[in-house]
Each structure stands twice: as C-alpha cells, then as structure tokens.
Design a protein. Structure first.
Length: 320
C-alpha cells in the first residue's frame, strides 16, 4: 500500500480525520519531521494532539515520539524511541532509530519507495535521528544538518511560557518548513534518478577521458548533476552532441557543480573566435565551423572532427 493510502486508511477509522499525537512544549526535529512526512502524503483533515497523557493520545490513529509504544495495526500506528539509549534499535551504520525513521520505514516499505527512502536517510534522516539521540553526527560520517529547529523556533521565552497558542503556531510553522525541505529533497532525488537513467541507460554512446558523446542535445544542468554524483575520475569535462539546426556537431564545455559558473576546461585560446578554414588550419583539424570567443563551445561539420577537437582540448587542458 502506498503512503497516501496507508494514511487515508487510518483516517477512515475516525470519520475521515487523521489524529496524530506527539509530545507538547519544546519540540525537536524528530517529531517535526514525522509530521512533515505525514503532511507530504495526507491532504485530508488532520488534528495534532500534543500531550504526554495517554488518556489524551489513546484515540489518535498515529502517535510519534511519545507514549513508549511501538505498534502497527489496521487502526493505529505508534512509534517512539525513548527506551534506554543502549536498548534503542540502530541502523547498520550505528545511528540509533528515532520516531521519524521508524515512520519513514513504515510509509516507504514497498519496493518502489526504497530508493527514495535510502536517499532520504543519507541526505537527512540519519543526521536528524543521530542528533535527537545525542549522537555525534560527524563521528558517524553523516552529512551536516540541513535545518536546526531548536535555536530557531524554540526561543527560551516561548519554551518557558504557558502560551499554548504560540507554541502551536511555532510548531505548525516549523512543520511547514520541514515539509518544504522534504519536497525539495524529493525533487533532487528525482533529478538524480532521471540523470542516472539518461546517462547510464539511454543516450550515452561514448564516455571516456572526460568526454561524453550524446545522440541529442542535452540539458547541461543534468550533465552538471551527473558530475556531482560520480567519482572525480568519471567527471565529464566536454560534451559532444549533434547540432540539428545546422547539421553539425558541437563540442561544449561543462560548468563545475559548485555555483561558480566556471568550466572544467574550455576550448584552446588559439581557436577562439575562428571560423571555417582559419579554424581548421589553426587547430589542424578538418571540417571546422566556428569556436565561440569565450571558448565555451565549438562546432565541426562531422562527428569525427568534433571528437578530434574534444580530445585535443582535453590534452591541452586550458581552463580560462
């Protein structure tokens, strides 16, 4: 069953409203993330009950990070992690489970969601859970936290106040922020998945020595994304592809994936701004058409000539 259907089924146990229980007062990224995971998939009526009294929580279909219960049934799901630290379940990498990780595994237990769950754990959930359990995320070689809730949304004046409405408002705002973060992480996951498919399964003809040959003009952002997920020795520095408008082949530089807008390398300065016979003569490569004045791309009349130009540019290695 997919996540939306699971949550909708739970909501049907109380007239179509999903009641989610968690603890009150100072909140943490664990239960906030759990609520954000729920909000991503459930768009029906939902009420959040914040209490430590089981009398208040017992009618909730979903309870996270409170109650000392871990149960899944047709009419309720409970996830907590407040048993003694040395008794807490942990992942193979040593990270202790928190409520949001248990909920994520329940939501995404179908095979179709396993790649997303693995990505979410690596990019976000491992770190959230380690911090919530008092573990050193750096010592566990985890990524830095994307978002820190406590100092931003739990100011001391609010933590120690009895203003329940203010607490609720801050809590809801933080859940919305984390829901946005999860949406963006999912978009990144899809981009990486699609990039891998495109470059590893569909349109790659040749990739060697930093040159990628494609059967159609690429989205250069996808090439940059591809570079961000491969080992340094596999990075693409130049892309060769057909320019259908002019029945020619283009050699195109690739920007580094660091926001600098700097290319790994450019076509040689000696070729820049040249056209036709002048380009062919200077480069000693036939069928030259044009090289841009900034060296970011050049065009040749045949694939063979474009490949020669790309190999020579790689060998010369001019960056600016």
């Amino acid at each position: 069953m997919n996540p939306t259907d699971k949550l909708t089924s739970l909501s049907s146990k109380r007239g179509g409203t999903l009641y989610v229980g968690t603890h009150p007062n100072k909140f943490h990224l664990d239960e906030v993330t759990a609520l954000a995971l729920i909000k991503r998939h459930y768009k029906g009526p939902m009420e959040v009950v914040r209490s430590r009294s089981w009398n208040d929580l017992k009618d909730c279909q979903l309870v996270v990070d409170v109650g000392n219960k871990n149960e899944t049934a047709d009419d309720h799901v409970y996830f907590d992690h407040h048993e003694a630290l040395n008794k807490r379940e942990e992942y193979k990498n040593g990270v202790k489970y928190a409520a949001c990780g248990k909920l994520a595994e329940w939501l995404y237990d179908e095979d179709a969601y396993k790649p997303w769950l693995a990505f979410l754990l690596d990019e976000y959930l491992y770190t959230v859970q380690a911090i919530d359990n008092g573990q050193n995320y750096k010592a566990l070689n985890l990524c830095p936290p994307i978002f820190q809730v406590t100092p931003l949304m739990n100011p001391t004046a609010i933590e120690n106040s009895n203003d329940d409405s203010m607490q609720k408002e801050l809590f809801n705002q933080t859940v919305d922020m984390v829901t946005t973060i999860l949406d963006r992480l999912y978009a990144k996951h899809i981009l990486i998945r699609n990039t891998r498919f495109l470059f590893e399964n569909e349109i790659v003809k040749y990739k060697k020595d930093g040159i990628l040959v494609l059967s159609s003009p690429p989205d250069m952002a996808l090439v940059e994304q591809y570079n961000s997920i491969v080992e340094p020795e596999a990075v693409v520095r130049l892309v060769v592809f057909p320019d259908f408008a002019f029945a020619k082949y283009k050699v195109h530089a690739v920007n580094r994936d660091d926001g600098s807008n700097e290319a790994f390398l450019r076509l040689p300065k000696a070729w820049r701004g040249l056209k036709g016979k002048d380009l062919s003569s200077k480069s000693n490569i036939g069928n030259g058409y044009i090289v841009a004045t900034n060296g970011f791309f050049g065009t040749w009349r045949t694939l063979e000539s474009a490949m020669q130009a790309a190999r020579k540019a790689i060998k010369l290695g001019e960056v600016d």
